[in-house]
Design a protein around this ligand. Structure first.
Ligand code: PYC
Length: 315
C-alpha cells in the first residue's frame, strides 16, 4: 500500500465560474505506462485521495480536481487525470484551461503551446497574447441522434448522444427555462433524465454511462449563439459552459450541417460566462477548440490528519 499523504499542495482556479483544483505535490504518483493505466490505478488504490481532495470538508461537489503526472509521450508537458466528487473524467475542458493558467501562475510555461496526456489521448493548451487560453480537445463526435426516452414527470424527451471528451445527452430546452433562478427545476429534470437513460441501458459507444446531461436553448447574452446548462456526473452543475459539453454540442451542430468547420461559435453558460469554440478536421476526426480565460484564486496546503474522522472526505 502506498504511504498515506500527510499534506498536499493545491492551486485553485476557476474558468467561467467553474472551479478546478490542481494537485501540485503530496499525492503518490500512480504507476502505469499510459494515462488510462494510471487512472485505473487511482480508481483501485487512491479513491480516498480523490474524495479527500474534492469533497467536503476540504472541498465541495462542484470542484473538479486534477492530478499532474509525468508525461507519457515525448513532447508532452505533463499528464493530467481529472476527477470529481463521484469518480474520474476522460477529459475536462474548463479544467485544462485552469491547468494552463495554473502553469502560467507557477512560471512553468516553457512554450506557448503545451501538450498534455490524458486517459483518452493528447489535448493541448495555447496561451494567447490577450491572456486567453485556447485548448485543442480530443476528437468529438455524435454517436446517436434523436434518442427518445420516457422520463417520470417529464414525459417523452428527445436528445442526441455525443462525445466531447465525456458522454453527453443533449436536449433542446424551451424558451425561458434556461435561467439561473430556475436551477432547482434544471437540476431535478436533468437528474431524472440521466436516471432514465441509465435504467434503459442507454450508454455511450464504449458502453460507458452517459453521465452529463446538457440542456441548450436561445442565448441571453448579445453575440452568443446558444446557452446551456450542464449536469455533471455527481450532484453538481457546471458553472461554466463546460468545455467537453461545448465540444459535444459543436459536433452535433456540424453533423446536422449547422456549423461549418473553422466557424467561430459562442456558447453562454447558465451563469452567463462565455466560451468561444470552433471545429477543425484532422483526417476523418473532428477536433474542437475552446477559448476562454481562467483565474487562480488560491494556493494552499491540505492536511490529512488520521485523527480527523472526515480526513478522507464525506461520501
Ligand atoms: O469543462 O469539460 C468540462 C467539464 C466537465 C465537467 C465539468 N466541466
Amino acid at each position: 500500500m502506498d504511504p498515506q499523504p500527510k499534506e498536499m499542495e493545491v492551486i485553485d482556479s476557476h474558468t467561467g465560474g467553474e472551479p478546478t483544483r490542481i494537485v501540485l505535490s503530496g499525492w503518490p504518483q500512480p504507476p502505469g505506462k499510459n494515462m488510462a493505466e494510471r487512472r485505473e490505478y487511482l480508481i483501485q488504490h487512491h479513491d480516498h485521495l480523490r474524495q479527500a481532495v474534492v469533497c467536503e470538508p476540504k472541498g465541495h461537489n462542484a470542484i473538479i480536481g486534477g492530478l499532474i503526472t509525468p508525461p507519457v509521450h515525448a513532447g508532452s508537458e505533463a499528464g493530467i487525470i481529472f476527477f470529481n466528487d463521484v469518480g474520474y473524467l476522460d477529459m475536462c475542458g474548463h479544467g485544462l484551461i485552469g491547468l494552463a493558467e495554473t502553469f502560467r501562475f507557477l512560471g512553468r510555461i516553457t512554450e506557448k503551446h503545451l501538450v498534455f496526456d490524458t486517459p483518452v489521448g493528447r489535448a493541448s493548451a495555447e496561451i494567447g497574447e490577450d491572456g486567453k487560453i485556447t485548448i485543442t480537445n480530443v476528437p468529438s463526435y455524435v454517436y446517436r441522434e434523436g434518442v427518445e426516452i420516457d422520463v417520470p414527470n417529464l414525459g417523452r424527451i428527445r436528445g442526441d448522444i455525443a462525445y466531447g471528451g465525456n458522454w453527453f445527452f443533449l436536449v433542446e430546452t424551451p424558451l425561458g427555462e434556461l435561467r439561473f433562478n430556475n436551477l432547482d427545476f434544471l437540476m431535478s429534470s436533468s437528474k431524472a433524465i440521466r436516471q432514465a437513460l441509465h435504467e434503459a441501458g442507454i450508454t455511450g459507444a464504449d458502453h460507458k454511462m452517459v453521465d452529463h446531461i446538457e440542456f441548450y436553448g436561445p442565448p441571453t447574452v448579445r453575440g452568443a449563439d446558444s446557452k446551456n446548462f450542464v449536469l455533471c456526473p455527481g450532484n453538481a452543475y457546471d458553472r461554466s459552459c463546460c468545455g467537453t459539453g461545448t465540444s459535444a454540442k459543436m459536433a452535433c451542430l456540424h453533423a446536422k450541417g449547422k456549423l461549418e468547420l473553422s466557424k467561430l461559435w459562442t456558447q453562454e453558460s447558465i451563469t452567463g460566462s462565455i466560451f468561444e469554440g470552433w471545429l477543425e478536421k484532422q483526417g476523418d476526426r473532428i477536433i474542437p477548440h475552446i477559448r476562454s480565460s481562467a483565474h487562480v484564486v488560491s494556493r494552499s496546503t491540505l492536511y490529512f490528519d488520521p485523527n480527523d474522522e472526515f480526513c478522507w472526505g464525506i461520501e
